[in-house]
Design a protein around this ligand. Structure first.
Ligand code: MRU
Length: 351
């Protein structure tokens, strides 16, 4: 079952509210970027590739909503929209990659429109808005295609009888469709392979139990939920043979940021001599930074650790450290699975 967590429909963005899963599958129709920014900050829309797609559509939405009658006015409105969207979450580079693509597409459209007389500015504005929307829809389509290819490339790593562990949600819900790490499972199943998956719960926001378990079960994958603390003994006692996760930003040297807890899993993989793979589209690679030390790590609200749902589970004045991501050094990563192939650790620079 292919899920489409986001789409463009009747001049608005429609997305699944992921905070409501797995209890209910609800969609939000978003007509302004305030609603979109709130949704990204609150993780209604989440996962690096999906954040990229959503801000691209958000940029197009801001163009459509702009009431200005001049090219300069549209430029100003879109600059303000981009600035707002960029402030939502710092770690997933897909967000900044998508905004840059949208800004480049706007500049190209603007260049084509100039010079034009005041009389035809209205027409030019409409054409620019159409071009910008077309670019956002291409980003969405390309994301689906990249995920599909990641699945096909990665499926050859799955052997009959395999037991694989994954963390957080790098599935359909984290992308425009198919997923990254989970796309590999969907493709392997399609190829008739038999394998089992262990899914980490992924504290504090439970993307593993709420989202990964939900979508794996919907797609008939043999999946078992564990809480994060069970990973070490599950790897040892249940014979986990490989770990496959997603990523939010990969540096040029192959260091990879992903959901907090990923680094610990990579250390466990090394101890147990099992391979550790990262699956991600090329939009997750940040060619502007050399190592993971330059990846900005989001720190989230203390309340995420003080409460489970509405139940208080720690002293209210407890000191809290709540990083949403960690960086796994390249030497712990066996390979990176992208849409163009699997890159072994020592060849990462070829990506
Ligand atoms: O905070 P989230 O839920 O946006 O974090 C998501 C992850 O860490 C995913 O593993 C990552 O974005 C890869 S998604 C294909």
């Amino acid at each position: 079952m292919l899920l489409q967590p986001i789409k463009w429909e009747k001049d608005s963005i429609v997305f699944i509210d992921q905070t409501e899963l797995p209890v209910s599958l609800k969609y939000i129709r978003c007509r302004d970027i305030d609603t979109l920014c709130e949704a990204i900050v609150k993780l209604r829309v989440r996962g690096a590739p999906l954040i990229g797609v959503s801000v691209a559509l958000g940029y197009a939405l801001a163009a459509m909503n702009s009431k200005t009658k001049t090219l300069q006015g549209l430029k100003k409105d879109l600059k303000a929209a981009a600035t707002r969207l960029k402030k939502t979450r710092p770690t997933a580079v897909n967000l900044f990659w998508a905004i840059k693509r949208m800004e480049d597409s706007f500049s190209r459209a603007l260049f084509k429109a100039k010079p034009c007389t005041v009389a035809v500015q209205g027409l030019a504005l409409n054409r620019i808005k159409e071009d910008v929307l077309k670019e956002a829809l291409s980003i969405l389509k390309e994301d689906m295609e990249m995920c599909r290819s990641i699945g096909k490339n990665g499926a050859r790593l799955i052997k009959n009888g395999d037991i694989v562990l994954t963390h957080c949600n790098a599935g359909m819900l984290a992308t425009a469709g198919y997923g990254t790490a989970l796309s590999i499972f969907y493709e392997a199943k399609k190829q008739g392979k038999r394998f089992k998956v262990y899914a980490d719960e992924t504290r504090p926001l439970m993307q593993g139990s709420r989202l990964t378990m939900w979508e794996l079960m919907k797609n008939g994958i043999d999946a078992t939920l564990i809480c994060d603390d069970m990973a070490a003994s599950t790897i040892r006692d249940k014979g986990v043979r490989k770990i496959i996760v997603g990523a939010d930003r990969i540096a040029r040297n192959g260091d990879a940021a992903n959901k907090i807890g990923t680094y610990g899993l990579a250390v466990l993989a090394k101890h147990h001599r099992i391979p550790f793979y990262v699956a991600a589209p090329s939009s997750t690679i940040d060619r502007n930074i050399e190592t993971g030390a330059d990846i900005p790590i989001e720190e989230r609200k203390r309340e995420e650790l003080l409460y489970v749902g509405s139940k208080q589970t720690a002293p209210i004045k407890a000191k809290v450290f709540n990083p949403a991501f960690d960086v796994t050094p390249n030497e712990l990563i066996t390979g990176i699975i992208t849409e163009s192939g699997i890159y072994e650790n020592k060849k990462l620079r070829r990506i």
